[in-house]
Design a protein around this ligand. Structure first.
Ligand SMILES: [Zn+2]
Length: 402
């Protein structure tokens, strides 16, 4: 089966441009489509007629305002039929493999998630094929309406070989072509944080602009960017904000540099520092929460924070402070319309408001508007898998139309 790693919006057919425009701007009239895409009315009428015939687009009823230049006629609005097609999104990682089946509006119909064994990671291509088949077997009635499979990777796709570029050796066996061969479905793949940006772009059409940055804080810190409706920067180091220097006098990062943002604000380093607190501070709340230093997770750290452990509070405040500076710098440099932040840490309301205040204070010298465009998202563990389904819909269904 075909693999597709890259969809260039600029090279889209008019058919694909119209469908993508309806996706992002629905409910929308034919005249708006024609004006914004600079296409003749007759062409828009022809393309939308075909999409309606194929049951992908539907007429939603008349708008309150009149069609330009057509007195007395109210505009007929068009929208996507959410159940016209479906997609599978999969996320692979050492902690979990997650599979989601979604419709065109991003509703999750079926989900499968488990912690993989070493064997399942070693045989990652077969594991992926099996997971997709298990998920689709639950909904045999969808049959030919599944457009394909998107995969969110804990690294970057090597478009030449189909392999994954990653610091972690356990993913050496991954190959997109092998997955495509094992499935009776077209497949595509992207880095997991880039997939999360797709989840915003395609499934949050109400508030997601055409230009935005998505910053994710997990075991590592990474950002991705959409510009003019296109995911930017396909290189292996773009987005590596975690390895920009926050403090040249800081600690040595695993990348070899000193004082990376990663060493202050990533989950891995927060846990690592909490383990040091555990070992050196006998009265720490961490002692009552974990039997051994190795048992400390991010959740343990957050609970200790809530219990008022002063060293943990200090550690997390420092993480928030460095993260706020990095996020504000990013917003200023990128000049983007919106900055999304996603992290398990900011489920905690106090940390969330400290981060928001920190970013806003950094942005006071610029337009007030800017700080309002920072959105700290609710943490959603399936965001990358759902984003991978959005990726599949965009690349394998919308952009692929001739
Ligand atoms: Zn680093």
């Amino acid at each position: 089966m075909a693999t597709k790693s890259w969809g260039n919006v600029r090279q889209l057919s008019n058919h694909a441009r119209v469908l993508r425009y309806i996706f992002r701007n629905q409910p929308v009239s034919r005249s708006e489509i024609g004006q914004d895409l600079n296409l003749p009315r007759s062409m828009v009428t022809g393309i939308t007629a075909r999409l309606i015939e194929q049951d992908i687009v539907r007429e939603l009823g008349k708008a309150d305002t009149q069609e330009d230049g057509a007195p007395g006629r109210r505009r007929q609005l068009l929208g996507i039929r959410p159940d016209a097609r479906f997609a599978v999104g999969a996320e692979i990682g050492v902690r979990h493999f997650r599979f989601c089946l979604t419709d065109l509006a991003g509703h999750v119909l079926e989900e499968l998630c488990y912690a993989p064994t070493e064997e399942q990671i070693r045989r990652v291509n077969e594991t992926l094929c099996l997971g997709v088949r298990q998920l689709l077997d639950r909904r045999p009635e969808l049959g030919g309406r599944v457009v394909g499979v998107g995969i969110a990777l804990p690294g970057h796709l090597n478009a030449q070989t189909g392999g994954m570029v990653s610091h972690a050796p356990q993913w050496d066996a991954f190959n997109l072509r092998a997955v495509a061969d094992g499935l009776d479905q077209p497949v595509t793949a992207e880095n997991n944080v880039r997939a999360m940006a797709y989840e915003r772009y395609l499934f949050d059409i109400q508030s997601c602009p055409e230009n935005f940055v998505f910053l994710h804080v997990g075991p590592g810190i990474f950002c991705s960017e959409f510009k003019g409706g296109m995911l930017t920067g396909g290189s292996y180091i773009s987005g590596e904000i975690g390895h920009t220097i926050s403090n040249p006098d800081g600690q040595r990062c695993e990348c070899g540099k000193v004082g990376c943002l990663q060493t202050y604000a990533s989950e891995d380093w927060i846990i690592k520092k909490a383990r040091i607190i555990y070992a050196s501070a006998p009265h720490s709340a961490l002692r009552s929460l974990a039997g051994r230093a190795e048992d400390i997770t991010l959740q343990t750290v957050l609970t200790a924070y809530q219990l008022g452990d002063t060293l943990v509070i200090q550690e997390l405040r420092e993480a928030v402070r460095y993260l706020a500076v990095a996020a504000a710098n990013l917003a200023i440099i990128m000049g983007t319309e919106k900055l999304y932040l996603h992290s398990r840490m900011f489920q905690h309301e106090i940390l969330k408001s400290e981060l928001k205040a920190g970013i806003e204070s950094q942005l006071t010298f610029v337009d007030k508007q800017n700080s309002e465009d920072v959105e700290i998202l609710e943490f959603h563990p399936a965001r990358a898998a759902v984003g991978a389904a959005a990726l599949a819909i965009d690349r394998l269904f919308i952009c692929d139309r001739s």
